[in-house]
Design a binder for this molecule. Structure first.
Ligand SMILES: [Zn+2]
Length: 126
């Protein structure tokens, strides 16, 4: 996992222990993965929204799905948690608007049940 300084683009590796804390770049910029889009998330077909703010989800989900298409990943699991269901509704409304999305459905019990959504993307971009 890497954090990128939005000012000078310098990359920093972060351990899980440091994750969530801000970091001061050599250029003097305070880099906080929760305040900026500095966090580079692994494109592996699983997007866990727990580490993001609800306000970031609207940009994050489409960006992540488009990155998956570029990496030829067409089945994605988005983990939004059960909670009040507000985050799930937000995610689903984003998915409905995206032309790249073929279909989506609640994950099976072994993959998180109602706490996660399985997204299938169109392969036309190949
Ligand atoms: Zn910097």
């Amino acid at each position: 996992m890497a954090i990128i300084c939005p000012n000078c683009q310098r990359q920093y590796d972060v351990t899980l222990f440091e994750f969530g804390h801000s970091l001061v770049c050599d250029c003097g910029t305070v880099v906080n993965p929760f305040e900026t889009s500095a966090l580079e998330i692994p494109i592996d077909g699983v997007l866990d929204l727990h580490t993001f703010r609800p306000s970031e989800v609207k940009d994050l989900v489409p960006e992540y799905l488009r990155a998956c298409i570029q990496n030829k990943i067409f089945r994605i699991r988005i983990i939004h948690g059960k909670g009040t269901g507000a985050l799930r509704r937000t995610v689903h409304s984003i998915l409905k608007k995206m032309a790249e999305v073929d279909s989506f459905e609640p994950a099976g019990e072994e993959e998180g049940g109602w706490g996660a959504t399985i997204v299938r993307l169109k392969r036309s971009g190949e």
